[in-house]
Design a binder for this molecule. Structure first.
Ligand SMILES: C[S@@+](CC[C@H](N)C(=O)[O-])C[C@H]1O[C@@H](n2cnc3c(N)ncnc32)[C@H](O)[C@@H]1O
Length: 225
């Protein structure tokens, strides 16, 4: 079972995410365990302070070493000897993609470190096995980045989603490297827009050929090939 720990100063941000959705179902099915850790629980002053001014001056505050080292070391000491992948969320990290989600889904234990303010004291990076970004933009914190990565990872766990691995096989960024072909459901015509004839034909070989051609075209149009 994949174990996931998420360390954050805003653990409440994950409430809806952990109570609804495929991720919640995966937890209920026992496919993974997700535990929120409040970084402030690893402080020892009455203000539960996790940040401080940057040396050399500059705007904003930085997350300080002591609570982060204590939090990560504490999480690792409780993981029962599992192999851990410790992911620091950072705009400067390697770009997260489907290949990384697949890798994460095969791990035993993932720890997500959610930064805030102006980011982390550089020395905190020594705790991480990976620095990961979800794109070239800056968010106020790492929570949404961690949630995106957890979602993309958990849905790849066997039997996490309806339709199982077959539902995942044809998806965008899968083994074929193509984006997914267009899909349609009822009704067959809506406001003058018709479902392509071939999908109503019942000819499975023809449908497969059409889907492959459409996937190639979608991939080419998006400039992914
Ligand atoms: C305001 S950002 C810090 C930005 C930092 N001063 C910089 O210029 O790179 C605060 C935190 O949000 C998270 N974060 C922001 N954007 C992110 C992204 N694109 N991918 C992953 N994490 C991100 C990181 O944990 C980061 O430490």
């Amino acid at each position: 079972m994949l174990e996931i720990d998420i360390i954050s100063v805003h653990p409440g941000m994950f409430r809806g995410f952990l109570e609804e959705s495929i991720v919640a179902r995966a937890v209920k099915k026992g496919l993974c365990r997700i535990r929120m850790r409040d970084l402030r629980d690893y402080t020892h002053d009455k203000h539960r302070k996790v940040d401080d001014k940057p040396y050399g001056g500059g705007p904003g505050m930085l997350m300080a070493c002591p609570p982060w080292f204590e939090a990560v070391e504490s999480v690792l000491s409780e993981n029962g000897g599992k192999r851990s992948r410790i992911v620091m969320t950072s705009p400067a990290g390697v770009r997260f993609d489907q290949r990384m989600a697949a890798e994460f889904s095969k791990e035993e234990h993932l720890v997500f470190m959610c930064g805030h303010y102006e980011g982390f004291d550089k020395r905190i990076e020594t705790l991480a096995t990976d620095l990961v970004s979800i794109g070239d933009f800056v968010m106020t914190g790492g929570e949404l980045a961690a949630a995106a990565m957890v979602d993309a990872t958990v849905r790849l766990l066997p039997s996490a989603i309806g339709g199982g691995m077959a539902a995942i096989a044809d998806e965008s960024f899968g083994a074929s490297g193509l984006l997914e072909h267009p899909q349609y459901t009822h009704p067959p015509e809506f406001r003058g827009m018709k479902v392509p004839e071939v999908l109503l034909s019942g000819d499975h070989a023809k449908i497969e050929r059409w889907r492959k051609a459409e996937a190639l075209e979608a991939t080419r149009k998006a400039g992914r090939r």
